[in-house]
Design a protein around this ligand. Structure first.
Ligand code: F3S
Length: 406
């Protein structure tokens, strides 16, 4: 890689050990991916959940913090593995909580905005079209690249905080125009779209695309940001999709031909039957086995999604033999409280949890064997993380399963 004099100085330790370490990592990764140079970023989004990072993650972040590392660009953090306020209610062991607290202390020392959210683009960290950013969290990466038109790879742990500390990232992958061109065309033959369909379309697109860039035709122009969030999160977890284009909807597909004048490698049709087949494939539980926990909020809920749940819950309460857990950011929870959406639901038996989610917290402790969710990402990832079966259903069915009339 060609480095500027300033970058060479940092690599030689002129700004201290944390910057030297971060620069060493950036240059090592850049050279292994054939990057020619470092480019400036406008923001970062990093991982700091103990469930995935373990002791090695604590050691690395603490080392950077102890050596004076500080984020040079606005940097947010993905959800934690615990709810910092309700950890005892959710049976989190004390030693597990202590480990997550060490990660929290380290990221705060590093100057990270303690957002603990996988949807930073809905609040604290909103990039603009064309900006280079260095984000971790596959669902946020898919959203930032596709819906906003910002530029980031699926930045891994270590590289994320190093980029934040230096304010730069090696230029490779999706930072380059030539790597943002679509290769597969998905044509939707669907008359009416439900919220669940957006998750399921994402799952189909992700499975068929792998790491290729899909272009989707047939999504209604009035698709909501939340629906696109759900589509992207499913595509990113069913495959390795970091960028998708939607004709007439996403910005790069509006500005120019997403295939750059070439023919798609393959044209794949998605019908209503394909959606039902994928729903059945995602659900791996026996149809009549008892559901022990229903979870909503993957990705973490927006206020609009919370309102929808509130309306559907009117006149209902949670059944005695089931848990109903809803995940959202602390800010959405507080706003929901101001709007009168939270207290009635809590009185009806809903457990809210903030700054974490069922997939990345140690839900295994509860010994559930069968859960239900309306999220394709949660349904795809949780069974292997927590060794349980999952039913994948729409929000209505999740609520009807978890609750009964008052
Ligand atoms: Fe977010 Fe957790 Fe789902 S981090 S995307 S709610 S798995």
């Amino acid at each position: 890689m060609i480095l500027t004099d300033e970058e060479k100085g940092i690599l030689d330790g002129k700004n201290g050990e944390a910057d030297r370490l971060a620069m060493e990592l950036l240059v090592g990764v850049g050279e292994s991916f054939g990057a020619k140079k470092l480019i400036s970023i406008s923001s970062a989004h990093i991982l700091a959940h103990f469930g995935s990072l373990h002791q090695a993650g604590i050691d690395f972040l603490e080392k950077l913090a102890e050596n004076g590392g500080k984020c040079k660009v606005p940097t947010t953090v993905d959800p934690s593995s615990v709810d910092f306020e309700r950890w005892e209610k959710f049976k989190i062991p004390k030693d597990y909580m202590e480990k997550q607290k060490r990660l929290r202390t380290a990221v705060e020392q590093l100057g990270v905005i303690p957002s603990w959210s996988c949807t930073p683009y809905q609040a604290y960290n909103v990039p603009r079209f064309g900006q280079n950013i260095a984000w971790a969290e596959s669902s946020a990466v898919a959203y930032a690249n596709s819906v906003i038109g910002a530029r980031t790879n699926r930045t891994c742990f270590g590289l994320d905080i190093s980029a934040a500390i230096i304010g730069k990232i090696p230029e490779f992958g999706l930072y380059l125009d030539e790597n943002r061109i679509g290769s597969l065309l998905f044509e939707l033959k669907i008359d009416k779209f439900s919220d669940l369909d957006y998750h399921t379309i994402g799952a189909i697109v992700g499975k068929r695309s792998g790491a290729k860039i899909p272009v989707i035709k047939g999504i209604p122009k009035d698709v909501t940001n939340d629906q696109l969030k759900c589509l992207g999160s499913a595509a990113a977890s069913a495959g390795a999709v970091a960028l998708f284009h939607i004709l007439d909807v996403t910005p790069e597909a509006k500005l120019k031909d997403p295939f750059d004048g070439k023919k798609p490698e393959e044209v794949i049709t998605i019908t209503q039957k394909d959606l039902r087949d994928m729903e059945n494939m995602i659900s791996n539980a026996e149809p009549n086995s008892r559901v022990e926990m229903v979870t909503l909020g993957c990705p973490l809920l927006s206020v609009e999604e919370l309102k929808t749940i509130f309306d559907k819950m009117k006149g209902r309460k949670v059944k005695k033999d089931i848990y109903f857990w809803i995940y959202l950011t602390k800010e959405t929870y507080d706003l929901g409280k101001k709007l009168g959406l939270i207290t009635p639901l809590e009185k009806a038996g809903v457990w809210f949890s903030t700054q974490t989610c069922a997939t990345i917290s140690p839900v295994k402790i509860w010994g559930f064997s069968h859960i239900m969710t309306n999220s394709a990402k949660c349904a795809l990832v949780t069974p292997s993380e927590h060794n349980l079966k999952v039913s994948y259903r729409d929000t209505n069915e999740c609520i009807v399963t978890a609750t009964e009339p008052l």
